[in-house]
Design a protein around this ligand. Structure first.
Ligand SMILES: O=C(O)CCC(=O)C(=O)O
Ligand SMILES: [Fe+2]
Length: 503
């Protein structure tokens, strides 16, 4: 109680005075918050008006996707923070729920790594990944903070060259006066040791000196500089070095990829001679007078001779494609790959896609498509797997693998191995996204509505090493495919076994 002492009552007045001050601060803070919220809202509203008509095309550009996800993640986190104290609980609830469902750091990092993968596969430096190659003529380049983030992700994934290139891009933009959170010092601190590792001592020294200009008391840099100068003296005593003409950072040339897979993705190293090409044909296949094919024969084209890879043109209609997409959309989940050693599934950067399985009971379209595969290939579908639908992501790919190796599961004993693959292309892909066969030097372009077919097993049942294949990273566009894997059991009378391995 207070009333029993004047002194305490006086204190009470002072207490209230303090509280009023706090309250005044609070109201001012709220007003500031409202100002911040208003300007956020204004920015959001004006940027949401800028969306083009074709949202899918827009978001399938990896740079756009990167910027969009980064913005979504950062901006709404600010709104959440500012409105945390709001009396309007309803908005808080909606916001919290929504934020749980918007992309996280993991997504942003995944896209950044996708960008780096595209660069690696298609040998692009930061400037030409922004170019018209991506299907949009003018692109806002990544700002210094974004470039710095991509560099960090590249570094974490041991893609040092790309880490370097993006750091350099960030630095260039800072030099051009773009405002950012990342500082010159942070970037220089990274670049110095990198340049040193590349064997360029004079540039490592120049960069350290620039750092010291920014912060002369940085002991770490002083030590580095000491060490570099010491080394340089040692070298000078032994040989005359060529003087450095400028202190700018050089750009190491992007190494020609040693991976055959990546070369094929770029359209290099296709091993088809004109002579062999002349032996490739197109034909109408009526499946030995299959009544379903008499009036609508399959349009077949030889894509490759050894081993035989066949393309079926106009294999599936737009309506069927739309139905398959619709059926699978809700089921799509990150595609997993099988570890041969542990027998376990896991999700990995080597397969960046979401997939779903569709049974023929789900829709007549699925059973029609299955029937068409049976008719075209002449194989029995009794033991085939369900249709697997896959949609690739930003920089989505599937590294070289054998379809037949993927299954050594319990089904293997009942149904046999994956004797053959029918791969249906459900979209055209603007750039990238070819299916390539590194062992034979073949590259197949996705063509909407067509399918390709090959045997994974030789006639003696052993795996055909030539069928190693991969899906190249998607550079621009949205790639949808369906796989139908046909098992060996039940094909004895369709494709006869042989003791020789000739296909
Ligand atoms: O999408 C492609 O081009 C190939 C896909 C593939 O090889 C697979 O899913 O097993
Ligand atoms: Fe495959």
């Amino acid at each position: 109680e207070f009333y029993s002492s004047i002194d305490h009552m006086t204190q009470l007045i002072l207490t209230e005075r303090d509280l009023i001050q706090s309250f005044r601060d609070y109201v001012t803070e709220e007003e500031n918050n409202i100002e911040r919220l208003k300007s956020c809202l204004q920015v959001f509203e004006s940027s949401s008006e800028d969306f083009p008509e074709d949202l899918e095309k827009y978001i399938s550009n990896p740079l756009t996707a990167y910027k969009f996800v980064r913005k979504l993640k950062n901006e709404w986190a600010v709104v959440k923070q500012v409105t945390n104290m709001s009396p309007m609980q309803e908005f808080q609830r909606i916001l919290s729920e929504t934020i749980q469902n918007i992309p996280s750091d993991q997504d942003l990092d995944g896209i950044a790594l996708g960008l780096v993968r595209l660069q690696e596969t298609y040998r692009l430096n930061p400037e030409n990944i922004l170019g018209s190659g991506l299907g949009q003529a003018t692109m806002d380049p990544l700002d210094p903070d974004e470039a710095f983030h991509v560099a960090t992700i590249a570094h974490q994934n041991h893609k040092f060259l790309y880490a370097f290139l993006w750091m350099q891009e960030a630095l260039k933009q800072l030099d051009e006066g773009r405002v950012a959170i990342v500082t010159r010092a942070e970037i220089l601190r990274f670049l110095g040791p990198f340049v040193f590792q590349m064997g360029d001592l004079p540039r490592a020294i120049a960069l350290s000196e620039q750092l010291l200009d920014l912060d002369p008391s940085d002991l770490n840099v002083l030590n580095h500089l000491d060490f570099y100068k010491h080394l340089k003296e040692g070298i000078k005593r032994n040989e005359a070095t060529t003087p450095m003409d400028d202190a700018h950072i050089f750009t190491p040339s992007i190494p020609k990829s040693i991976k055959v897979y990546e070369a094929l993705c770029r359209g290099e190293g296709i091993q088809m001679t004109p002579r062999r090409q002349r032996a490739l044909f197109c034909r109408y296949n009526t499946g030995g007078r299959n009544p379903r094919l008499i009036y609508a024969p399959v349009k077949e084209e030889d894509e490759w001779d050894q081993p035989q890879i066949t393309r079926y043109h106009d294999f599936i209609s737009d309506y069927e494609i739309d139905t398959i997409k619709k059926l699978s959309r809700a089921k799509l989940a990150r595609a997993r790959v099988l570890d041969h050693v542990t027998g376990k599934n896991f999700s990995a950067e080597l397969r960046v896609a979401k997939s779903a399985w569709l049974s023929e009971h789900e829709d007549p379209v699925i059973s029609h498509v299955n029937q068409r595969i049976a008719d075209a290939t002449g194989l029995d579908m009794e033991m085939a797997e369900m249709l697997q639908v896959a949609n690739y992501g930003i920089g989505g790919q599937y590294e070289p693998h054998y379809d037949s190796k993927l299954v050594k599961d319990s089904d293997f004993h009942r149904f046999g191995g994956r004797i053959a693959t029918t791969l249906i292309y459900m979209t055209d892909v603007n750039l990238g996204g070819a299916t390539v066969f590194p062992a034979i030097g073949a590259a197949l372009q996705p063509k909407k509505g067509s399918a390709v077919f090959w045997y994974n097993l030789l006639q003696n049942g052993e795996e055909d090493d030539r069928t190693l294949h991969a899906a190249c990273p998607v550079m621009a566009g949205n790639k949808w495919v369906s796989n139908k894997w046909i098992r060996a059991r039940g094909q004895e009378f369709r494709r006869r076994c042989a003791l020789s391995e000739s296909a």
